[in-house]
Design a protein around this ligand. Structure first.
Ligand SMILES: *[C@@H]1O[C@H](CO)[C@@H](O)[C@H](O)[C@H]1NC(C)=O
Ligand SMILES: *[C@@H]1O[C@H](CO)[C@@H](O)[C@H](O)[C@H]1NC(C)=O
Ligand SMILES: *[C@@H]1O[C@H](CO)[C@@H](O)[C@H](O)[C@H]1NC(C)=O
Ligand SMILES: *[C@@H]1O[C@H](CO)[C@@H](O)[C@H](O)[C@H]1NC(C)=O
Ligand SMILES: *[C@@H]1O[C@H](CO)[C@@H](O)[C@H](O)[C@H]1NC(C)=O
Ligand SMILES: *[C@@H]1O[C@H](CO)[C@@H](O)[C@H](O)[C@H]1NC(C)=O
Ligand SMILES: *[C@@H]1O[C@H](CO)[C@@H](O)[C@H](O)[C@H]1NC(C)=O
Length: 823
């Protein structure tokens, strides 16, 4: 799950304390001057130092370059990344052909500069830029070999990314495998030689993030990398001269104060200030929305088909699986009917299949695109001045995102080929929009006049309006009967369900939730089902109930349990779900034997799944559901241990359908309930976030929040986690049965996010979309958590009687309490 990001750091160079004084410094390496393990090579002004080192916990020896004046050894380059020495017998010297080599005692070569050109009187020096160079007779600027051509994970000022076409050298950054292992890891970043070259970050063999093509001023897909007061990039794209390269340049006026800077993805470093990082948000994920679709963080859901396009597979699209992307509403016929629709402020799509002519103008560009049926879009290649040049795209357009429309520095215009009927539709809807605005304005005037002159009819009018709104509501909530057939929702009859559950026999009972008992059943066709028999305190009528169930059954997400149908007969109302063979989460994490089956990787996957499911309920589904009873026993596990949230439509069925409201009926489970909800009956998405936080801490610790016992204090699990956090001992929270499988940084991040979710003040709890982002990004900077809610076992409300009652039977599955407060 390692998710390195591309980071830019600045340092104010606070520390002028050279801590590497034990080593013996050398000025150069020549045929007669070696560098042994323990000696170092220092740049003339003392900025950088080269020598042998062992990274992190490793005992292996590597040769590398680090900042001389930073007390925490900070590597910028490593020579023998893949090939460590196992002892301190290494020697860096010049061989007979004039190459710099690293050998051990028995002269086995571990690394070589491998220059094809031979040197007469070779000298190796470390420059103050951090560049290790091999020269002949100290000829200036004519390096036979330089370390800047072989970057590790750090881009220093003056270094280049990209291609030297003459030598065929591809300069790209690659992450370390781990803090203990500098060999090339999963992530790399460089410039791809597409028709329109662009900077791409790869994760293994998959594209991870695009900085986008160079548009003359900046990388068009990463406004963060635009020239600023600290640094800028230059870009040369000159095939004749043989280079397509980008160089990092420091702003001299700000660097004279000793600002050091590097690009790296080696996680966070102390003493450095994070200046920026990419990818920055969800929409930076490569190809998140599939083809012909636009990612916009201000929209919910974030992915939207471009105008003139529709989801390729609507069912997947509605369940937030955007992978298939969008397709044209009207197919192209590639004759005279095609036109172009203009889209503004976009991150241009991936340029893998593009063609560029830098001297064409936009008109010629359009003509050129129309000539070829597989050309799908065009744009300006260079935005400097009034813009010039031409880029054509061939094939599907992917990885488009929307930048804020009214900011001058970000985003570009893109002209996408569509059928002319779509253009007509677009101008129609614009005209319609204008017409509606005019009509609305006239209406408003009319209404004003009317209400002034006939004010005495107010009361009567008011009555009409009330009736009108009732009718409106009814129409909105009623599902169109003609669509009923599309649904897989089944109306089961009572006899079928009774037979399937062996007449609701006790042996088939799976558990009891706040809304009634749950039974396991098997239909005559062998399908296993779970039947939730609702207790009778629903505030709804039968028809309303049916409508609710139909709406809820339309919610489909990988991490939600699927509703198969319902059964309404007489006083019985039941919901039928798919059956999950692995039961619920509490069955595992709180059980000493079974919890070993859930190693850290599985638990992390479950945390992610729950977060995504909840995000869907809160934000992305049409219904905006607050769960109100999220807890371990409501998280079911399928055969792949993929979590599925259950009971998710219950709050709605039981009459709670506002986004934030006060209620006089508190449904939930102590230990998971947020303070404002349990005490004041005030619920919102943030109450679910609280419950999620509790769940995360329970999964990390393997302990229940309710009934948590610690010999040293009276705190509950939240209090305990908070205490450990403040003492800097968070890792002690980890379930001992999981300690071997866990990755400390991931666990710490989960605990951190968990604590943010359970904060007392609901305003500062994150939303689920931030939770998903924070969990997924290893380098996102998280705010410090504040005091959690309910972090003592007892809380001073009416609820305390329930809590002590619950405490006495806390050995069984947590019991859902329905509490009526006097409001
Ligand atoms: C290399 O360094 C030594 C002192 O360490 C110095 O005497 C010598 O001149 C240097 N050689 C070159 C070519 O810079
Ligand atoms: C680094 O520190 C050394 C001695 O501590 C000092 O002489 C040198 O000027 C410093 N270099 C830079 C670039 O600050
Ligand atoms: C030098 O390295 C080679 C290859 O790794 C190894 O076989 C050899 O034992 C090493 N020599 C010494 C003295 O460690
Ligand atoms: C040196 O270069 C040659 C070809 O130019 C290559 O075969 C060899 O693997 C390289 N050696 C190292 C240590 O990079
Ligand atoms: C360099 O930084 C200064 C302020 O620190 C700013 O005024 C200037 O415009 C910057 N130069 C560039 C090229 O960005
Ligand atoms: C680029 O466009 C110009 C102007 O239309 C044309 O003269 C030139 O041949 C084009 N170059 C290429 C490589 O197509
Ligand atoms: C259209 O462009 C594609 C991709 O550049 C090319 O393979 C194809 O030959 C072109 N077709 C025509 C008719 O020019």
């Amino acid at each position: 799950m390692a998710n390195f990001d591309f980071l830019v750091y600045c340092s104010m160079l606070l520390c002028f304390c050279s801590t590497f004084t034990e080593s013996i410094a050398v000025n150069n390496i020549t045929r007669s001057q070696f560098l042994r393990d323990g000696q170092t090579l220092v740049s003339r002004l003392g900025s950088f130092e080269l020598g042998f080192f062992s990274p992190g916990k490793s005992k292996n020896r590597y040769v590398g370059i680090w900042y001389m004046n930073i007390s925490v050894q900070t590597l910028v380059w490593v020579a023998n990344r893949k090939n460590p020495l196992i002892d301190s017998s290494g020697v860096l010297r010049i061989d007979v052909s004039g190459n710099l080599i690293l050998v051990n005692q028995t002269n086995n070569i571990f690394w070589s500069s491998n220059s094809s050109r031979t040197a007469e009187n070779p000298v190796v020096q470390l420059l103050d830029s951090g560049n290790l160079v091999l020269q002949s007779n100290l000829e200036e600027e004519n390096f036979l070999w330089q370390s800047f051509d072989y970057p590790s994970d750090t881009l220093l000022p003056g270094m280049k990314l990209g291609w030297n076409l003459k030598t065929g050298l591809d300069h790209r950054l690659s992450s370390w495998k781990s803090p203990d292992d500098p060999s090339p890891g999963d992530l790399s970043y460089g410039i791809e030689l597409y028709g329109y070259p662009e900077a791409v970050m790869w994760k293994g063999t998959e594209e991870h993030f695009r900085s986008g093509p160079w548009n003359g001023l900046r990388y068009s897909g990463a406004p963060e990398l635009s020239p600023n007061t600290v640094f800028s990039f230059t870009f040369t794209d000159n095939v004749e001269e043989g280079s397509i390269q980008s160089r990092l340049v420091l702003n001299q006026s700000s660097s004279n104060g000793g600002v050091l800077q590097r690009f790296t993805w080696n996680g966070r470093s102390s003493g450095w200030q994070l200046f920026l990082q990419v990818p920055r948000d969800y929409c930076d994920t490569y190809g998140l929305c599939g083809a012909y679709s636009n990612c916009d963080t201000n929209q919910s859901p974030v992915c939207q088909c471009l105008e003139g396009f529709k989801p390729k597979s609507p069912a997947n699209w509605d369940s937030l699986d955007w992978f298939d992307g969008c397709v044209r509403k009207t197919p192209l016929d590639c004759r005279n009917r095609d036109g172009f629709m203009k889209f503004s402020s976009l991150k241009l799509p991936a340029t893998r299949q593009t063609w560029v002519n830098r001297s064409m103008d936009l008109k010629e560009c359009k003509v050129e695109c129309l000539k070829n049926c597989s050309c799908t879009a065009y744009a300006i290649a260079d935005v400097r001045g009034s813009g010039s040049g031409c880029v054509l795209w061939f094939g599907d357009l992917i990885d488009i995102r929307q930048f804020p429309i009214n900011s001058a520095t970000t985003g570009q215009d893109l002209f996408i080929r569509v059928d002319s009927s779509e253009l007509a539709a677009q101008s129609d809807s614009k005209r319609k929009g204008k017409l509606i605005a005019t009509i609305a304005a006239t209406l408003v005037m009319g209404i004003l006049l009317l209400s002034c002159s006939v004010w005495y009819l107010w009361k009567w009018k008011n009555k009409i309006r009330l009736e009108g709104s009732e009718v409106d509501n009814g129409e909105q909530d009623t599902v169109d009967k003609s669509h009923m057939d599309d649904l897989e929702l089944h109306a089961f009859d009572l006899a079928t369900i009774a037979m399937a559950t062996d007449n609701f026999s006790v042996s088939n009972k799976l558990g009891e939730g706040g809304f009634g008992p749950v039974y396991k059943g098997e239909l005559s066709n062998g399908q296993e089902i779970a039947v939730k028999r609702l207790s009778k305190n629903s505030l709804q009528g039968i028809d309303e109930f049916k409508n609710e169930v139909i709406l809820i059954s339309k919610l489909q997400h990988r991490n939600l349990v699927k509703v198969l149908g319902c059964c309404i007969e007489g006083a019985e109302t039941m919901l039928i779900y798919e059956y999950m063979e692995n039961k619920s989460l509490d069955h595992y994490i709180f059980d000493e034997k079974r919890s070993t089956l859930l190693d850290w990787e599985k638990r992390l996957n479950i945390v992610f799944g729950i977060a995504r499911g909840l995000l869907y309920l809160h934000q992305d589904s049409r219904l905006r559901i607050i769960h109100r009873d999220l807890k371990a026993s409501n998280i079911l596990l399928d055969c792949n241990m993929e979590p599925k949230i259950s009971d998710f439509g219950m709050a709605r069925i039981f009459g709670g359908d506002q986004i934030e409201a006060e209620t006089n009926k508190v449904v939930g489970t102590y230990g998971y309930m947020s303070p404002e909800y349990a005490i004041e009956g005030l619920f919102s998405v943030k109450s679910d976030v609280f419950s999620f936080g509790v769940l995360v801490l329970e999964m990390v610790s393997g302990k229940r929040n309710r009934g948590f016992y610690h010999p040293e204090h009276q705190l509950n699990l939240l209090g305990h986690a908070w205490k450990l956090w403040n003492d800097g001992k968070s890792l002690e929270l980890i379930d001992p049965l999981m300690r071997d499988s866990c990755v400390a940084s991931e666990v710490l991040r989960c605990i951190h996010v968990g604590l943010l979710c359970v904060q007392q003040q609901m305003e500062i709890r994150p939303t689920m979309s931030s939770v998903v982002f924070m969990l997924g990004s290893e380098s996102a900077v998280l705010p410090d958590p504040r005091q959690p809610g309910f972090f003592t076992e007892r809380f001073p409300t009416k609820a305390s009687s329930f809590s002590s009652m619950q405490h006495s039977c806390s050995s069984s599955n947590s019991v859902t309490v329905t509490l009526l407060t006097g409001r």
